[in-house]
Design a protein around this ligand. Sequence first.
Ligand SMILES: [Zn+2]
Length: 255
Amino acid sequence: MLFVWIVLVASMFIGFWVFRRQDGKLRVLMYHKVLLNESNMLTVTTAQLDTQLQYLRQQGYEFISIRNLLNLSSPPSNAVLLTFDDAYLNNLEHAYPILKKYRACATIFVPSGYVGQSSGWDLKPDPLMSVQQLRDLDPEVFDLGLHTHLHRNFADLSIDEIETEISNNIQFFRDNQLAFVPALAYPYGGRPKDKSLKNQMKQVLSQLGVTMAFRIGNRLNNWPLTNRYEIQRIDVRGTDSMGDFKRKVRWGKLI
Ligand SMILES: [Zn+2]
């Protein structure tokens, strides 16, 4: 009898571990820069990105784009959404060939006021893509999304300033006839701290046709989404080991 119980409990544990990965959660990974030989909080090396995507493929995760996500009532149970903030030129030079190699797709969030220049808000500015480079991106691999116009933190802005930041961002895509997905990544992951201001921000997003917005948060998202303007992303850092990456993908954060 005891043996039967042991077998039962053991199989429950094994079942739990096997199916846990197919947990119906939406995983969203947040990247910034990809460089050949440099890694830091905002930068992964090409070797790191290659190993990470290879791992995701081997584990049976399915890369999903925001465009597909918008059309699905439920994502695949192993869905991973890759995002790259700020439209760095190095994404085109170094991330693109690796994404292509693993048949992955990703969304690039574009701060329109800096396009064709560099990340002037950064401690160490790096070149950003030009309008032409954004236009020429492989649509099989990259979607473009909103990252406001001037990359200011919403936690420090009035509701009128927030509205201007988003509408100018949308206008940039329209003026340049660039396709985009109506999804926003909050610069610095920041949103208003005041609850009523935050609600006003959500109304502004809705009025402007933005259907989803991404913060940081380091958690996996339940599906269906409980709050489409608070989608959480896992912060992938070049300072993480591969073991850290695996744990973050599994749990959303290091535990
Ligand atoms: Zn940014």
